[in-house]
Design a protein around this ligand. Structure first.
Ligand SMILES: [Zn+2]
Length: 294
């Protein structure tokens, strides 16, 4: 099992074997490709594009897919996935990334915002023309987009998934089985303020490993402000390391944040003994490796 970072700065950190860099953000910011890293592209969430052109937004009977629409619980501002001009912009960006020496591309938020989306006149027309039921049409639309993106990625290709193992088709148009044919692995963010309560992380990891037909990578939030929370994060990593994961990724805001976690683990003898005593071999190996640099 590898251990890696998800970061906002294209800087490699010692002790981590994989780096995921956010090349396109949900606020619309774009960054140059990060070489030898996995470049993560937020596809249909783009607050800037919607501010500039409000008719890009995905629509439901309860209104637009905007954070400020309190009738819905939408964490980002979503563009309608069938807007061809916007879709082509995202595909061109992916193609451009591929001209650099990157490790690969991960797609993020490449789907419909929720079950009741999108009922803009174009989507309704496309759905009617398709002759398919609503969910089948939605999943076909998203699978086609992933197929188009895949044509533009020469190396490692992955998708992030919203951590809902049960309703992904109905809500987002995500068909895990179909997507698995295109990608090398699934990247599942299990984000939290802290992991002092963590049974759900273990549960969702089990579920996804069982149902997904490709290797699974789990991402944990690692911007931990105190020792208690850092220790809870490390214990959560330890439990996850007993599953058959391709890697665990830590979301950090900067490299120093990542180094702090390594230093905390290396110096915490009591915790290292606890991992040894309870047979967390993989976690002990990761910390021994960190101890070479920290
Ligand atoms: Zn639409």
């Amino acid at each position: 099992m590898k251990v890696g970072l998800v970061t906002y700065s294209p800087e490699k950190v010692e002790g981590f074997d994989q780096h995921v860099f956010y090349a396109k953000w949900a606020d619309g910011s774009l960054f140059p490709a990060a070489e030898e890293m996995q470049n993560d592209v937020t596809c249909f969430c783009d607050a800037k594009a919607i501010r500039e052109k409000p008719d890009l937004v995905a629509i439901s009977k309860s209104g637009p897919a905007l954070r400020k629409n309190r009738k819905l619980n939408i964490p980002f501002d979503f563009v309608c996935p069938t807007n061809e001009a916007y879709r082509n912009r995202v595909l061109s960006f992916i193609e451009e990334l591929g001209r650099n020496k990157i490790q690969g591309v991960t797609l993020n938020l490449y789907h419909f915002p929720e079950e009741e989306f999108c009922v803009c006149p174009r989507c309704v027309e496309l759905w009617r023309e398709s002759g398919q039921n609503w969910t089948v049409w939605k999943t076909q639309t998203i699978t086609d987009f992933i197929g188009e993106a895949k044509k533009r990625v020469k190396n490692e290709f992955a998708v992030e998934i919203w951590p809902d193992p049960f309703l992904a088709k109905e809500r987002f148009g995500i068909d895990f089985e179909k997507i698995a044919e295109y990608i090398d692995y699934f990247h599942v963010p299990l984000s939290a303020i802290d992991y002092t309560t963590m049974y759900w992380v273990d549960m969702l990891t089990r579920d996804f490993i069982k149902i997904l037909k490709k290797p699974v990578v789990v991402e944990l939030s690692a911007e931990m402000p105190n020792d208690k929370k850092t220790e809870a994060l490390l214990k959560t990593m330890a439990y996850l390391s007993r599953h058959d994961l391709k890697s665990i990724l830590l979301l950090v805001h900067n490299s120093e944040n990542a180094r702090q976690i390594c230093r905390f683990a290396v110096r915490n003898q009591e915790l290292r003994c606890w991992f040894d005593k309870h047979g967390f071999k993989e976690m002990s190996r990761i910390i021994e490796n960190w101890a070479k640099s920290y």
